[in-house]
Ligand binder design. Structure first.
Ligand SMILES: *[C@@H]1O[C@H](CO)[C@@H](O)[C@H](O)[C@H]1NC(C)=O
Ligand SMILES: *[C@@H]1O[C@H](CO)[C@@H](O)[C@H](O)[C@H]1NC(C)=O
Ligand SMILES: *[C@@H]1O[C@H](CO)[C@@H](O)[C@H](O)[C@H]1NC(C)=O
Ligand SMILES: *[C@@H]1O[C@H](CO)[C@@H](O)[C@H](O)[C@H]1NC(C)=O
Ligand SMILES: *[C@@H]1O[C@H](CO)[C@@H](O)[C@H](O)[C@H]1NC(C)=O
Ligand SMILES: *[C@@H]1O[C@H](CO)[C@@H](O)[C@H](O)[C@H]1NC(C)=O
Ligand SMILES: *[C@@H]1O[C@H](CO)[C@@H](O)[C@H](O)[C@H]1NC(C)=O
Ligand SMILES: *[C@@H]1O[C@H](CO)[C@@H](O)[C@H](O)[C@H]1NC(C)=O
Ligand SMILES: *[C@@H]1O[C@H](CO)[C@@H](O)[C@H](O)[C@H]1NC(C)=O
Ligand SMILES: *[C@@H]1O[C@H](CO)[C@@H](O)[C@H](O)[C@H]1NC(C)=O
Ligand SMILES: *[C@@H]1O[C@H](CO)[C@@H](O)[C@H](O)[C@H]1NC(C)=O
Ligand SMILES: CC(=O)N[C@H]1CO[C@H](CO)[C@@H](O)[C@@H]1O
Length: 580
C-alpha cells in the first residue's frame, strides 16, 4: 500500500495543473530579526540556487508514540517487541490527501520535486532565489555568517497556500539559521564546553610510567584521574575481554568530526593492556563526512573521547562512527536521521554527543528531530545524549534569572545523561545541565518522579523554569577528571559528553548480555529507568549548588541535577535476570 503511494508521488512531477492555490496564502513561519552573528547584505542574487526540503505531515505519529511505549514493556508475555523499518514507516508516511495536495501545488507552479526520505515525509526541491521568492511569497536575503564569513541565504518569513498549512510542517532552510555542533563556541549554538584540566595534563610517557607503577593500567589514585578501571570499580562494570557479540553501538560526529586511530591505540595500550590495542571503529560517511586522513591536527576531542570510552569499556562491541559532513548544524542533524532511518539495520545504541539551547531552533524543526528519535526508539535503538555542560543558567556568564533547557535532552524519546563527581559518595556537579523543556510536555513515564521532586522542593523557583515540560537528565555518570588521549597527550576532562559515552557503553554491555540469552535489546530506555529506579544508585549530595538556589537541588529520588542516579550494573543484571 505504501509502496504504491510512492509511485503515485513521483507521477505528479510532470503533470501540469491549473494554479488552484494562488488566491489564499498565509504566513507559515516568521521571525522578527536574524539572530545576532548574521549580518544582512541585502537581497540575495535571484539566480542563486537553493535546495529546500519540505517536511510533510505524517499520517500517525501519535500512533507511533503509542507503539514506542508498548515496546518498552512486557506485553501479553512478549518482551520488548520492537518495530521494523517498514512498520515504523507506515506511521510516518503522509496521507494520500497530504501527498496529493502538496504535489499538486508544486506541479501547478512547475516545480520539480523528489521524495527525499525512506518514510516519504520529506520532499526536496531545487530552485533559484527568484522562484523561491515567488513560490513562498518570501524575500530571501543574503547574510554573512560573522563567525565563518560565509554567505547564508535566508528569509525572515515565508507563506504557503492556506489549504496546505496543516500538510506542510516547515520548509528548510528558510527562517532557521546555521548552528554549529562543534565544541568551539560560535553563535547561536551553545556547544557543550569542556574544561581541559591543564594542571593534570601530562605526556604519554608519564602515563605509561604511572601505568607501570600502578600495575596493568590501574591508576594509582582514582580521586585524581578516572580511567576505565576506576569506572569498572565505581559501577560494578566488568571490563570484558569477550569475543565480539551481536550487540553494536553507533556514535554520531558532526562537521567532519572523526576519531584519531593512533590516539585510540595509545589509550588501549596504556589503559586496557589486557586487550589488543589494534581494535578500532568503522566509519559511515554521511554527506561526505569522515575525513579519514587521520591527520592528528584535525581529530576531534569529542570524537576521541567517544571511541576511547566505548571501545575501552566494551571492546567486544563493534563501534560504528557516523561522520556527518554538512557544516550547517541543522542539516547535519536532519541528515543523520535521514541516513540512519533509511538503513534496514542499525546499531542498538546510538550516542549523539551534542546539545544546544532549545530556543535557538524553530519549534517545527525541534519537533521533526524529536520525532526522528522517536522512530529510532520504536525500532529498538537507545538514543543517548549528554545533558549539556552549561550548568543551570545554560551558559557561562549568564544570569540565573531563567534556567535554560537544552535540546535534544528536552526530547522525551532520548535518554539524557548528566555528570557527577567524587568517589565516595558521588555528588552532583554544577556544570552539568538539567531542567525542564519549554516545548515538550512532561512524558507520562516521569510524571510521578517530577511531582515528587516538586513536592520535596516546595515548587521553589518555579518562575525560573517550566514545571509542565519534559524534565532532564534521566540519569548520570561520573564526568570529572576523565583521562583520555588527544594528539598523543594524556589529558583529563570534565564534561557530560563522557558521561553519556560511558552510559552508552553500559547499555551496550547489558544488550550483549540480553542477546547472549536470546532476549531482545533494551531499546527505548526511559520507561525502564523510571519504573525500575532500583537499578540505579541515587545521588543525594552536591559538590556545589546550581545557580546558588534550591530551585534545582539534589534530593532523594529523581532530581534535575542527576536524574534517578547512576547505573549499577550488578543491580541491572539482576533486573534483567528477573525477566524484565
Ligand atoms: C547573480 O549571479 C549570477 C550567476 O552567478 C551572476 O552572473 C550575476 O552577475 C549575479 N548578479 C549580481 C547582481 O551579483
Ligand atoms: C492512497 O493511494 C493509493 C494509490 O492511489 C491507494 O492504493 C490507497 O488505497 C490510498 N489510501 C487511502 C487511505 O486512501
Ligand atoms: C536522504 O537520503 C537520500 C539517500 O541518500 C537522499 O537521496 C535524499 O536526498 C536525502 N534527503 C534529504 C532531505 O536530503
Ligand atoms: C556583500 O555585498 C558586498 C557589496 O554589495 C559584496 O562586496 C560582498 O561580497 C557581499 N558579501 C557577502 C557575504 O555576500
Ligand atoms: C588520592 O588523592 C587524594 C586527593 O589528591 C588524596 O587525598 C588521597 O590521599 C590520595 N590517595 C592515595 C591512596 O594516594
Ligand atoms: C551496586 O549494587 C550492588 C548490589 O546491590 C552493591 O553491592 C554495590 O555496592 C553497588 N555499587 C555501588 C557502586 O553502589
Ligand atoms: C581532509 O584531510 C586533508 C589532509 O589532511 C585536508 O587537506 C582536507 O582539508 C581535509 N578535508 C576536510 C573536509 O576536512
Ligand atoms: C565569561 O567571562 C569571563 C570574564 O569576563 C571571560 O573571560 C569569558 O570569556 C566569558 N565566557 C564566555 C563564554 O563569554
Ligand atoms: C511550558 O511548557 C509547555 C510544554 O510543556 C509549553 O506549551 C509552554 O509554552 C511552556 N511555557 C513557556 C512560558 O515557555
Ligand atoms: C505530592 O504531594 C501531594 C499533596 O501532598 C500528594 O497528594 C502526592 O501524592 C505527592 N506526590 C508524590 C509523587 O509524592
Ligand atoms: C554563588 O555563590 C558563590 C559564593 O557566594 C559566588 O562566588 C558565585 O558567584 C555565585 N554564583 C552564582 C551563579 O550566582
Ligand atoms: C527558595 C529559593 O531557593 N529561592 C531562590 C530562587 O532563586 C533566586 C535566584 O534566582 C534566589 O535568590 C532565591 O534564594
Amino acid at each position: 500500500m505504501f509502496i504504491a503511494n510512492f509511485c503515485v508521488y513521483f507521477a505528479f512531477v510532470t503533470v501540469a495543473f491549473a494554479k488552484p492555490f494562488s488566491a489564499s496564502f498565509a504566513v507559515h513561519e516568521r521571525r522578527d530579526t536574524p539572530p545576532s552573528g548574521f549580518t544582512s547584505n541585502g537581497s540575495a542574487n535571484e539566480s542563486s540556487q537553493l535546495i529546500l526540503r519540505i517536511a510533510l505531515t505524517s499520517n500517525n505519529l501519535a500512533g507511533l508514540e503509542k507503539a514506542l511505549y508498548k515496546t518498552a514493556f512486557v506485553n501479553n508475555g512478549v518482551i520488548r517487541e520492537h518495530l521494523t523499518k517498514e512498520e515504523v514507516e507506515q506511521f510516518v508516511w503522509p496521507t494520500n490527501d497530504t501527498i496529493t495536495k502538496v504535489t499538486e501545488w508544486l506541479s501547478s507552479e512547475g516545480i520539480d520535486f523528489t521524495t527525499a526520505s525512506s518514510g516519504g515525509d520529506w520532499l526536496k526541491i531545487k530552485i533559484d532565489v527568484g522562484t523561491a521568492n515567488r513560490l513562498l511569497n518570501a524575500d530571501f536575503l543574503s547574510f554573512s555568517d560573522d563567525s565563518t564569513g560565509k554567505e547564508v541565504i535566508r528569509t525572515l518569513s515565508y507563506s504557503i497556500p492556506t489549504p496546505l498549512q496543516s500538510h506542510i510542517q516547515f520548509i528548510h532552510p528558510t527562517v532557521a539559521y546555521v548552528i554549529l555542533l562543534v565544541r568551539v563556541f560560535k553563535f547561536p549554538i551553545k556547544a557543550i564546553r569542556t574544561s581541559l584540566s591543564l594542571s593534570s595534563k601530562q605526556n604519554l610517557n608519564a602515563l605509561r610510567n604511572s601505568q607501570t607503577l600502578a600495575n596493568r593500567g590501574l591508576p594509582s589514585n582514582c580521586s585524581e584521574q578516572i580511567t576505565p578501571s576506576c569506572l569498572a570499580d565505581l559501577y560494578d562494570f566488568p571490563l570484558s575481554t569477550l569475543p565480539q557479540t551481536a550487540s553494536t553501538l553507533g556514535i554520531a560526529e558532526f562537521e567532519n568530526g572523526f576519531p584519531q586511530e593512533s590516539d585510540l591505540m595509545d589509550f588501549l595500550e596504556v589503559f586496557r593492556p589486557d586487550i589488543p590495542s589494534s581494535l578500532s571503529f568503522f566509519v559511515q560517511s554521511v554527506d561526505g563526512g569522515g575525513n579519514l586522513s587521520q591527520s592528528p591536527a584535525e581529530a576531534g576531542i569529542d570524537a576521541n573521547l567517544n571511541v576511547q570510552y566505548t571501545i575501552g569499556l566494551v571492546p567486544e562491541v563493534p563501534v560504528e562512527v557516523f561522520s556527518v559532513g554538512d557544516p550547517d548544524g541543522i542539516n547535519g542533524l536532519l541528515d543523520l536521521l535521514n541516513f540512519t532511518l533509511s538503513q534496514p539495520t542499525l546499531p542498538q545504541v546510538l550516542l549523539i554527543p551534542f546539545s544546544f539551547d532549545e530556543d535557538t531552533i524553530p519549534v517545527p524543526i525541534l519537533n521533526s528531530l524529536c520525532y526522528g528519535y522517536l522512530q529510532l526508539g520504536a525500532r529498538g535503538i537507545s538514543v543517548i545524549v549528554p545533558s549539556g555542560d552549561g550548568g543551570t543558567p545554560g551558559e557561562e556568564n549568564e544570569t540565573c534569572a531563567t534556567f535554560r533547557p537544552f535540546f535534544p535532552s528536552t526530547c522525551p524519546y532520548v535518554t539524557s545523561v548528566g555528570a557527577t563527581t567524587g568517589l565516595g559518595p558521588e555528588m552532583a556537579v554544577s556544570y552539568s545541565l538539567g531542567g525542564f523543556s519549554n516545548v515538550f510536555s512532561t512524558p507520562s513515564y516521569q510524571l510521578t518522579a517530577v511531582e515528587h521532586y516538586i513536592n520535596i522542593t516546595g515548587n521553589d523557583n518555579s518562575t525560573n523554569f517550566n514545571t509542565s515540560g519534559r524534565a532532564f537528565p534521566d540519569t548520570s555518570v561520573h564526568g570529572n577528571d576523565i583521562v583520555f588521549i588527544f594528539q598523543a597527550q594524556g589529558l583529563t576532562i570534565d564534561t557530560t559528553i563522557t558521561s553519556a559515552t560511558i552510559f552508552a557503553s553500559m547499555i551496550a554491555f547489558l544488550n550483549s548480555v540480553l542477546l547472549s540469552k536470546g532476549h531482545p535489546v533494551l531499546g527505548f530506555l526511559n520507561p525502564l529507568i523510571y519504573t525500575q529506579p532500583s537499578g540505579f544508585d541515587d545521588i543525594k549530595l552536591e559538590s556545589d549548588p546550581a545557580c546558588n538556589t534550591t530551585g534545582f537541588s539534589v534530593v532523594d529520588g529523581w532530581d534535575p541535577r542527576t536524574g534517578v542516579g547512576t547505573l549499577n550494573v550488578t543491580k541491572q543484571l539482576q533486573i534483567i535476570a528477573d525477566g524484565f
